[in-house]
Design a protein around this ligand. Sequence first.
Ligand code: NAG
Ligand code: NAG
Ligand code: NAG
Ligand code: NAG
Ligand code: NAG
Ligand code: NAG
Ligand code: NAG
Length: 505
Amino acid sequence: MLCFQKLLVQCVFLKVICLNDDYKIKVPTSMSALKGSCVVIPCEFSIPDHEKYTESILGMWHYDWAEYVSHPDSSKVVTRFKKRTALIGDLQKHDCSLKIDEVKVDDIGPFCFRFEVPGIVKGSYFKHVVLIHISDSPGAPVINCLPEVKAGVDLAVTCSVPHTCLTNPPIITWSYTNGTFAVYHNKTGNGAWQVYSVLKFVPLASDHKSRLTCTAKFWGGKQADTSVLLNVTYRPKNVNIEYKESRVKEGASIDLRCASDSYPPASRYQWYNVIGDQTLRLPQTSATIYVHNVSRNSRAFFCTSQNSEGLTNSTTVRLNVEYKPEILSESACTLDITGQLTCQCIVDSNPPPEIEWCVSGSNLNESNTGLKSFSINNSREQQNTVTKVLQGWVPFTGNPSCSATNTQGKASMSFKRPMSDLYIYIAIVVAAVLIIAIGAGLCRLRVKRNERKKQDPKIAFVNNYEQPKPERNTETQDDVMNDIYENVQAFEVDEDIYVNVNANK
Ligand SMILES: *[C@@H]1O[C@H](CO)[C@@H](O)[C@H](O)[C@H]1NC(C)=O
Ligand SMILES: *[C@@H]1O[C@H](CO)[C@@H](O)[C@H](O)[C@H]1NC(C)=O
Ligand SMILES: *[C@@H]1O[C@H](CO)[C@@H](O)[C@H](O)[C@H]1NC(C)=O
Ligand SMILES: *[C@@H]1O[C@H](CO)[C@@H](O)[C@H](O)[C@H]1NC(C)=O
Ligand SMILES: *[C@@H]1O[C@H](CO)[C@@H](O)[C@H](O)[C@H]1NC(C)=O
Ligand SMILES: *[C@@H]1O[C@H](CO)[C@@H](O)[C@H](O)[C@H]1NC(C)=O
Ligand SMILES: *[C@@H]1O[C@H](CO)[C@@H](O)[C@H](O)[C@H]1NC(C)=O
């Protein structure tokens, strides 16, 4: 009411005609503005014969009496609005929008548009004034309600904030840097606008529980932000079997827990026992299982963790099952052709065993027996086997025996010396000696005969063939032997015959 009275007084003061319905204007009756920022009052007007006056029409804004907020003659603008206002609309196009920058708390209006066509017509739209509500701080931006956020699936998040400063709208930024965003400016009416920023990105499992913040920076420096906690659903990851004991005795029991990281939390588990190359599915479906009677052969387990997003297998764990040493039946002694004895004591044991060889009932004494021993770890490419080898050339009496000890117990085994091999060895040696002896004898005879042949080889041959027996008797023993040899050679008789002849003599 007070305001209306004021306007009537103004009307009188400014000596203007009261505008009839041919003088049209469209302005908001009230709008808001942010202190320190800017505000644009949208304005559209129309006067009779508007097109005729386009060249000369002037526009101005005032408040109260003749207090000009904006005027083509800037000297007429009141001090407190100087250099802060601009009539940004194009009057020829009916646009009379006013911009006020660096908005102050008392820039509340009411603001009134006035036009003047010099010497023809002028008037203020007193019935259509604009009131401005000044806010000290900006409103918080709003992030739209997020749909389900799935790891690895494209996501679009919208953040919006209202403002009334079309020329310098707020700038929206996101805390998420690895994404793209698009900005939209939508008119909401009465000089108000809404800025939308649509962020597009692919959320990762690692973004779960992270805060997504949208910040709006307003013209003039003020800013406001808002954030949401991202609930990213993802299939279980880091699936691991956890257990307390670093080692377990064979036959004992153990608790295994299938631990995983997932959102939503895992709802189902599956357990598997790997035995050799077979995978056995266990009936349990809980996160923790109790395994009875663990054994060295069934010590490998893996689990599967499942939630609404899928399932993931853990890596296979092999429990450290401890058991007393076992000397495998493949352990044996052999003797090779050179006479080297090799004994292998193959032990399956966890923890690793101490293996000792005993020879003739006492611990191996290298200087005594000439036998050496050494170990090979994980021989036969099998875990937990150690082979201790006993090796040497020197013959010895007594049977070797091997004993293996670990924290879980002891095992021992006696070995028979490979006797059949030894016989072969002796036979080979005897045969070798004989051959060498014969070879040596033959060599000697051959040398002597060759000496005689050099004297008269042809005659000797004829003589040998036709000579009567009595003459032979006169010869020396060596000659006889030589003659017989010649005969043997002539008739190509086997060398063994010669040996017999020689022996008979
Ligand atoms: C960024 O996003 C792209 C795909 O949207 C992805 O391939 C890339 O690994 C991401 N980089 C970082 C550092 O997260
Ligand atoms: C904002 O404007 C854009 C483009 O003009 C339009 O696609 C979008 O739907 C609008 N948003 C709202 C909430 O009106
Ligand atoms: C994420 O989950 C928490 C608790 O489960 C909930 O308070 C929050 O509103 C959720 N956030 C979103 C963006 O859905
Ligand atoms: C434990 O398992 C072994 C074979 O792995 C079996 O011989 C033994 O009987 C089992 N003991 C018990 C108490 O189930
Ligand atoms: C998980 O293990 C099960 C059982 O061995 C197998 O059938 C399945 O293919 C595995 N899944 C993956 C993803 O490796
Ligand atoms: C090994 O045998 C030699 C000779 O018999 C003996 O002197 C030495 O004390 C023995 N060593 C051990 C460790 O028994
Ligand atoms: C065999 O394993 C034991 C421990 O398990 C280690 O001390 C030793 O050095 C290994 N020997 C060889 C030949 O690898």
